[in-house]
Design a protein around this ligand. Structure first.
Ligand code: FES
Length: 66
């Protein structure tokens, strides 16, 4: 699904960046260009980041052994 129409960035590309550890809107912008023009996709990008946070937290717990 296309998230950023201005820069033709899809959700898969953003998820790949999240999995690589890019977890801020600024980081996603610099890596993909998403949110860099009109900014209308910012809410969608933020939602993808928020959806990814539980995965980040659970992987940290695994890494910490708890
Ligand atoms: S839709 Fe992403 S910057 Fe315009």
């Amino acid at each position: 699904m296309i998230v950023c129409i201005c820069n033709n960035v899809n959700s898969q590309t953003i998820k790949e960046k999240l999995n690589e550890g890019v977890t801020t809107i600024q980081g996603i912008r610099s890596e993909t260009g998403a949110t860099g023009c009109c900014g209308k996709c910012q809410f969608k990008v933020n939602a993808l980041i928020q959806d990814h946070i539980p995965a980040l937290n659970s992987s940290k717990r695994v890494a910490q052994g708890s």
